[in-house]
Design a protein around this ligand. Structure first.
Ligand code: G3P
Length: 217
């Protein structure tokens, strides 16, 4: 399973990239706003911090303008992945860009039939938003399950990128279903490594080790 971080904070990205566990980055207009930095500048910097795909979202809503913005974005670095909304114009732009060899992440997916269309349009990634689904009383993970089934039925190569992840259990469930990628905020990725019994066990081992009076050198 690939792990992407969902942020435009370069300090967090650099810190997580140093663990060797980070496979890519996703951003969106809200995260760019939160960073307080110019879009093109911050995306270019992020692309230099990770080898994997860095999703950068266009803000145009019609086909021609999406392609114009995509041209600017994909010129930033080889590992840019153009992020497009799941609309008919977005799907049309997806088909065009992927046929030219550009990676595309189709975002704002809230149904399995939308995900089916994205696969037909040749998307590299489909981003179903599980947290926002849960927020309005639907089961976000059921959506991931349905998309996995449909993609496997037809051998679609589009990767399921579970987005709008709010806690480690979303990642656990996504892994059990066989989603290809999760993107999560930095705090959620760091939380995956933590367990109170690990902390307690380490504390006890170190206390006993100190009693031996030894060092490892
Ligand atoms: O990047 C898209 C997605 O991960 C947004 O998450 O928490 O704003 O629903 P959230």
């Amino acid at each position: 399973m690939k792990f992407f971080v969902d942020t435009a904070d370069v300090a967090d990205i650099a810190d997580l990239a140093a663990t060797g566990l980070l496979d890519g980055v996703t951003t969106n207009p809200s995260l760019i706003h939160k960073s307080g930095r110019p879009f093109l500048e911050v995306v270019k910097e992020i692309c230099g911090l990770v080898e994997g795909p860095v999703s950068a979202e266009v803000v145009a809503t019609d086909y021609e303008s999406m392609l114009r913005e995509a041209d600017v974005v994909r010129a930033l670095a080889d590992n840019v992945c153009v992020k497009l909304p799941l609309t008919l114009d977005g799907l049309k732009a997806c088909r065009k860009l992927t046929s030219e060899g550009t990676q595309v992440n189709v975002t704002l997916c809230f149904s399995a039939t939308q995900a089916l269309l994205a696969a037909k349009a040749g998307a590299t990634f489909i981003s179903p938003f599980v947290g926002r689904h849960d927020d309005v009383g639907f089961d976000g993970m059921q959506l991931i399950d349905d998309i996995r089934l449909i993609y496997d039925n037809y051998d679609y190569e589009t990767q399921i990128l579970v987005a709008s992840v709010r806690h480690p259990v979303h990642i656990l469930e996504a892994a059990k279903i066989g989603a290809d990628v999760v993107t999560a905020p930095p705090a959620v990725l760091r939380a995956l490594a933590r367990h109170p019994l690990t902390d307690r066990g380490l504390e006890l081992f170190l206390a006993d080790w100190a009693k031996t009076g030894q060092t490892i050198a």
